[in-house]
Design a protein around this ligand. Structure first.
Ligand code: UD1
Length: 471
């Protein structure tokens, strides 16, 4: 199965770039905060993959994106310099750094360390341009209410994975006594009379990671006792709560659906290391499985990945836990399975697309039900273009009929995890794939092409030419 590097991959460097008109229509992630020149580079980078190489070796998992983002916002709660370690260098963490600076914080990044000084945090407005760049910008609302007593935050709107309301965030703030008005696309909140309260954050699709973190960040600094029922128990939420406690907060029930918070007067700055990214780790394990490879994912934490590990094993791969990480060995044939995404500890929606890529090559028909974002199947159309047989039904149901092989194709990344699925499919496909709009991948995967290349993948990033080079 192992193949020798074909010259065609490196020769792809000479391809003409996509035109500069490849603008990002996705309100989740347009990196417009960049200078025009660097923004063009992001728009135009492409990833070229020659598939068919079993990945082998070791890869280090980066820090968790979804823990880092609220943890960065939480640094606004302390008037002093906090230091976050193991923060992944991603578009999303850069965007959050930019957002915090706009609000008055002093932010300096050095490799994977992010120093954030919240002493001069004074701006109570997160405008549309800020929130539309990245939905997680909404995480500044809790700190604004807690420290500044007011907040004016743009409503984020939907994105490629479907409608993504913030009603649960607002429900929590209102329960804490914030007066909330919606005006011209903005949430305007007066938090001057906030106090502890008991309420539930459970929504139609279960608990909300974002609402739990956001409301928690407000509750720690307001007077009285708050009890949050229906809190999300994703590991990232627990990490945020543990960090807040080390800053001086008083949160009990961490990692459970009921959080009990006794408000404190002030929080102090902190030095804290972010937990490894369970979604990035899972993506590399699937990369091993889909290519018939053998990969040790260093730093992966098995206790956060039960549902994913079980499914990888069900599809036929061998999985071993080691003190330094998790090792997966791909085995043929890939077995069919059923997947139902649910809040933690259920199977994570952020791994659904990657498993769909894997199941495209399984024997028989698999069923995937998306229980968090019923419309999150945007990757199915691109996978079909590679020869996959996928039927997306209504209400979050889809069926994947395994095919013998996928064929490389020009592909378009559309959201973060959909892009990861395309990379995985391309790694296993016969022939060459060229993935455009890779800024979606850069939102959540640190140096993905370098990490995959180190495992033997035939993958290159075609950088867009700089202005000078074009002139
Ligand atoms: C976070 C993750 C994202 C992951 C998602 C679900 C970050 C930065 N992003 O997003 O990668 O896919 O969790 O695990 O951590 N909902 C409402 N009202 C709300 C909030 C959410 O109805 O006010 C719904 C959502 O539409 C969704 C479900 O609740 O159906 C879960 O969403 P939520 O956990 O809030 O997702 P995010 O925190 O936005």
């Amino acid at each position: 199965m192992e193949q020798v590097l074909e010259p065609s991959v490196s020769s792809q460097h000479s391809r003409p770039p996509r035109s500069a008109s490849t603008n990002n229509p996705n309100p989740c992630a347009p990196p417009t905060f960049l200078s025009a020149a660097s923004a063009k580079n992001i728009f135009m980078d492409r990833i070229v993959i020659e598939g068919g190489v079993p990945l082998r070796g070791e890869v280090q998992v980066s820090g968790s994106k979804n823990a880092s983002l609220p943890q960065m916002a939480a640094c606004l709660l302390a008037p002093g310099r906090s230091s976050l370690r193991n923060v992944p260098r991603l578009r999303d963490t850069e965007t959050m750094a930019e957002v915090l600076r706009e609000l008055g914080a002093d932010v300096a990044a050095d490799d994977d360390v992010m120093n954030i000084d919240g002493a001069n945090f004074s701006v109570i407005e997160a405008p549309y341009d800020m929130v539309r760049k990245m939905r997680a910008s909404i995480y500044v609302m809790g700190p604004m209410l807690a420290r500044l007593g007011r907040a004016k935050v743009s409503l984020p709107g939907g994105c490629a994975i479907g409608a993504r309301p913030i009603d649960l965030h607002l429900r929590g703030f209102e329960a804490l006594g914030a007066e909330i008005e919606l005006e011209a696309g903005y949430v305007i909140a007066d938090g001057s009379n906030m106090q502890g309260a008991e309420f539930s954050l459970e929504g139609e699709f279960g608990s909300s990671v974002g609402a739990t973190c956001n409301v928690l960040m407000a509750a720690v600094l307001i007077r009285g006792r708050t009890i949050i029922h229906g809190a999300a128990i994703e590991p990232e939420v627990g990490e945020v709560a543990r960090m807040l406690n080390l800053m001086g907060a008083n949160i009990k029930g961490i990692d459970s659906p009921t959080l009990e918070i006794e408000g404190v007067e002030t929080l102090r700055p902190i030095s804290y290391a972010t937990v490894p990214d369970r979604i990035e780790a899972g993506t590399f394990l699937v990369a091993a499985a889909i290519t018939g490879g053998d990969v040790l994912v260093r730093g992966a934490r098995a206790e956060h990945m039960n549902a994913v590990l079980q499914k990888i094993i069900q599809t036929g791969a061998e999985v071993e836990m080691h003190s330094e990480g998790i090792r997966a060995r791909g085995r043929l044939p890939i077995h069919k399975t059923t997947i139902h995404t649910l809040p933690y500890p259920g199977f994570p929606t952020d791994m659904q697309a990657q498993f769909m890529a894997l199941l495209c090559l399984a024997e028989g028909e698999s069923a995937i039900t998306e229980g968090i974002y019923p419309e999150r199947f945007i990757h199915a159309a691109e996978l079909r273009r590679m020869g996959a047989e996928i039927h997306v039904g209504r209400g979050g149901d889809s069926r994947v009929k395994g095919v013998e092989k996928l064929l490389g194709a020009p592909l378009m990344a559309s959201d973060l995890r959909a892009s990861a699925a395309l990379v995985l499919a391309a790694l296993a496909a016969e022939g060459e794939s060229v993935i455009s709009r890779v800024y979606h991948i850069d939102r959540g995967y640190e140096r993905i092409e370098e990490k995959l290349a180190a495992l033997g993948a035939k993958i290159v990033r075609e950088k867009a030419p700089t202005r000078a080079a074009k002139a």
